[in-house]
Write a protein that binds this ligand. Structure first.
Ligand SMILES: [Zn+2]
Ligand SMILES: [Zn+2]
Length: 650
């Protein structure tokens, strides 16, 4: 029998990977003698596998933590704490929910919570598997028990609503582990949301015991003079746009990096242009942002130079589509001439399934500047419009710095194809005046400042400064080189640094703190997910879950979901029957490919009915039996009834 661990242990489930960044996730377990074991997970991200792998995402195999209809839970989790809405921090949530894992309470900022809920709906997750979300803010403390407490604090990042966490555990009423988790952070100014505030942080940390600091290491190797502030980024963007007053402007951004949207909004306002926001993911983020921004937010009034008595309003700079669901690009193009256009689009890295295979996509497929493979631009929106062209009268601002190992090649291919069409293409440069974007991560000197602020202002600062206690610095969120850089950076008299990789554990007991090496990289397993669209009717119509080895090579098929999106209403009947048959054909096809029928589930999403969005699940084996036996049983009728009669379900 396994020996009961006493004290607190911190285990790296993902994020500190041998190679490729992503899938950030840390599990913290606390056991006090005679009391129940309690566990939380900080962040639960996905990782983008390399180009040659056909999976869309990989998540660490964390099945033992959550209840599922097919397996027993080994180590139940008492709460999920999410730092921010980037895919490498929340990405696993949707996939675990799609695979019917019951997730515990999820705690995050309001912005992050809204984003997670929107992701769940976008991916047709049945309501019963959407975790209960609790919005928290600096000043709140979540007590898992009286000896295990989590308190969030505001940090700045490229998205809004980013949090860091302080985690406290005690034993016999005495402080045991006081962990500061920076999350993805920097210390600069951010336009949207709270962001890091030095004085507020000092106050926050003043009553917190600190034994460990876990710091974001993504920009550990970047020098401080390479960082551009928000104001400089705006200034550089405005200068570039003013150089080409007659040209239409495109700015490609990462959909969830909303702080960068503000750079474009301000640049558009200063150059008298009107913004079009296009791309599904970008509009999703923008709509959430818009719903949360207060018009009288003094910070926004100042940033956007809005006169006294007036409110901040996105509609002053952004084209408001008649239909909130779409960007309504046709009307925008008709209304505004090239010199008045400022189009912010997603797909900055040509991230697209087809692009992955053929490298023929300029921007994302959802977006409006995709390529047809014959040298012509085509797309669902802009490019299909008779008066739209990408030519020498176009300025492309490609502000996003690609990550060489993830999208370096695709990005280069995209830039070359763009250049061939004749526009001016501006890349994020190496000198301060050609920088258009602030990185979302702290560099070495900011990290130094953050650690110093923490040590000098925490509740036990006297003990740390006198050398009576040492604080442990643990680098997180980086590749091996970045983690090692931060480990080197912060070795001094007051600190002890620790280098941990996935599956390693830190244990803290009254006797001290030690690192326990976990499974080797070769033994680690990933759950890989393929989320593809078969019917072209909605989002992610098929989810395939495979258990994979370290090279993302399939070991076992775990689960497959075939989604059918149908519309309620009489007129949709024919189309619905067609979609359902298509889904059944797809399920047959998957079975022929060797996926066991019992691992295939068919879900029907019904949209637009009186009851709103509904999801129903069916076992494919059952439907298949019915179809094979040409039975007219009750169940088969049930599957067809709603589509057939176009009525809302009972
Ligand atoms: Zn991030
Ligand atoms: Zn991240």
């Amino acid at each position: 029998m396994q020996k009961e661990n006493n004290g607190t242990s911190i285990e790296f489930l993902g994020g500190n990977n041998e190679y490729r960044i992503g899938a950030n996730s840390i599990m913290i377990e606390h056991t006090e003698k005679g009391k129940e074991v309690k566990r939380i997970i900080l962040d639960i991200g996905a990782l983008f596998p390399p180009d040659w792998v056909h999976y869309d995402a990989a998540i660490p195999d964390m099945a033992k933590y959550f209840e599922n209809p097919y397996s027993e839970v080994e180590k139940p989790i008492d709460g999920l704490f999410i730092t921010h809405c980037h895919e490498d921090h929340i990405g696993a949530l949707v996939y675990l929910a799609a695979a019917k894992y019951k997730l515990p309470n999820e705690y995050s900022s309001g912005f992050t919570r809204d984003f997670i809920l929107s992701q769940m709906q976008k991916n047709n997750i049945p309501t019963e598997f959407i975790p209960n979300s609790v919005a928290i803010r600096q000043g709140n403390t979540v007590n898992i028990t009286d000896n295990f407490k989590i308190s969030p604090f505001n940090v700045s990042h490229s998205t809004a609503g980013a949090l860091g966490f302080h985690v406290l555990t005690t034993e016999n009423g005495k402080n045991l582990f006081g962990g500061v988790f920076s999350g993805d952070y920097h210390l600069g100014k951010v336009p949207f949301g709270e962001g890091f505030d030095k004085e507020a942080y000092k106050e926050f940390i003043s009553d917190k015991f600190v034994s460990h600091i876990f710091v974001d290491s993504t920009s550990a190797t970047m020098s401080a003079d390479n960082v551009v502030t928000f104001d400089q980024a705006v200034e550089n963007t405005v200068r570039e746009v003013k150089k080409h007053p007659e040209k239409q402007v495109f700015s490609a951004v990462i959909a969830r990096s909303v702080q960068n949207l503000a750079i474009d909004l301000k640049a558009a306002k200063e150059t008298g242009r009107t913004v079009l926001i296009d791309g599904k993911g970008l509009r999703q983020t923008f709509n959430i942002l818009q719903s949360r921004v207060r018009g009288n937010d003094p910070k926004l009034l100042e940033i956007f130079g809005i006169e006294d008595g007036k409110n901040f309003d996105f509609n002053d700079f952004v084209y408001k589509a008649d239909n909130v669901e779409s960007a309504d690009v046709y009307k925008y193009l008709e209304k505004y001439s090239p010199s008045e256009r400022y189009m912010i689009i997603s797909g900055a890295f040509a991230e697209d399934k087809e692009g992955r295979k053929s490298s023929l996509v300029l921007m994302s497929e959802q977006n409006k500047v995709s390529y047809d493979g014959n040298g012509k631009v085509k797309g669902k929106g802009l490019s299909g419009h008779p008066i739209f062209t990408v030519d020498s009268n176009t300025l492309f601002m490609l502000r996003q710095r690609p990550i060489e190992s993830i999208n370096g090649d695709k990005h280069r291919a995209m830039v070359n194809r763009l250049l061939a069409l004749g526009p001016v293409v501006v890349l994020n440069g190496d000198t301060p005046d050609t920088k258009y974007q602030r990185t979302g991560h702290a560099n070495k000197s900011e990290t130094e400042e953050f650690i110093k602020l923490t040590i000098e202002n925490c509740a036990n600062s006297k003990d740390l400064l006198s050398g009576k206690q040492k604080v442990h610095i643990v680098a997180i969120h980086g590749d091996v080189e970045q983690l090692k850089a931060n480990e080197e950076n912060f070795k001094n008299e007051q600190t002890e640094t620790m280098l941990c990789m996935n599956s390693d554990k830190i244990t803290v007991t009254p006797e001290g703190c030690e690192k326990i090496s976990g499974k080797s990289f070769d033994e680690q397993k990933w759950i890989c997910v393929e989320a593809s669209s078969s019917t072209g009717f909605g989002y992610n119509d098929i989810f395939v879950f495979d258990l994979c080895d370290k090279n993302f090579v399939k070991i076992d098929n775990l689960y497959t979901v075939v989604n059918v999106n149908v519309k309620a209403g009489r007129r949709a009947v024919k189309e619905n029957i067609y979609q359902i048959n298509k889904a059944l054909d797809k399920a047959y096809e998957l079975e022929e490919q060797g996926i066991s029928a019992s691992n295939i589930e068919i879900r029907r999403q019904i949209r637009g009915g009186k009851k709103g969005h509904m999801v129903e699940s069916y076992s494919y084996s059952e439907i298949k039996n019915l179809r094979d036996n040409k039975s007219k049983s009750k169940n088969k009728g049930k599957f067809n009834r709603q589509g057939g009669k176009g009525r809302g379900g009972r």
